[in-house]
Write a protein that binds this ligand. Sequence first.
Ligand code: CTP
Ligand code: MG
Length: 182
Amino acid sequence: MQEPLTHVLIQALWLILPAYLPNSAAAVIGGTRPIDGGREYRGTRLLGDGKTWRGLVAGISAGFLLAVLLNTLVPSVSALFPFTLPSFSIMAAFALPTGAMLGDLAASFIKRRMDRERGAPVPGLDQLDFIIGALVLGAILAPAWIDALGTPGIIVLLVVTPLVHLSANLIGYKIGVKDEPW
Ligand code: CTP
Ligand code: MG
């Protein structure tokens, strides 16, 4: 029997939460020391001042801790649904936020090569960089996690994530932790 779409959606969102948090955590806790150390490539910054060590460490730690927290909540949250939510292995807890932050760094690298300044929007890339990073690193380091997600879950996430990301950034902008609403 095919799983109802609502089940696929709930499970997929649960499985991706540790990859959703790092961007916001980095925006709130982000520091000043840039990862690229100010270095340039052909006259343009490698990554730019928006990518800092403190943001990177904060993002990965926040996602990891969230995965650990979600594991403790599996029984109580599963009780709300007619299915059991999956828990996160240590590898998944590490791979998801790390992949998300690497995707974000890769996007900044691409944006600088396109001569877009820090904060300039690149629709599509901005909303999907971290999810693609998390899916790729998750698939490599945590095969059981990508199995639990399944192809329907992956498709659902690729559709839903840009909407979640845009809403989260709009909130971040309104409360003043983000400089731009995207
Ligand atoms: N941030 C950080 N370190 C990171 C990622 C993010 O300190 N590794 C912080 C920065 O203060 C950044 C903010 O979070 O400005 C928002 O992140 P993002 O929108 O990804 O960066 P932008 O400033 O838009 O820079 P870019 O154009 O390179 O995406
Ligand atoms: Mg940005």
